[in-house]
Design a protein. Structure first.
Length: 67
């Protein structure tokens, strides 16, 4: 089966919306999509997304609080 050109993909792992649920993001004037498996990377290690998200190096990772 041919993939539709409008099919959405995770910005990190490139899995399609047919393979995994995708979350819609707006950042730096862009619309982006990320899957639930890659979302922790965005939250905890956004520097790993340099080259995939504009200005990713400026995104601060979530603070980790000791309980």
């Amino acid at each position: 089966m041919a993939i539709k050109s409008s099919e959405l993909h995770c910005l990190n792992c490139e899995k399609s919306e047919r393979e995994t649920p995708l979350l819609h993001l707006h950042y730096s004037g862009e619309e982006l999509w990320i899957c639930s498996q890659c979302l922790p990377t965005l939250i905890h290690a956004p520097q790993k997304l340099v080259g995939k998200i504009e200005n990713a190096e400026q995104i601060k990772p979530a603070a980790h609080h000791k309980h």
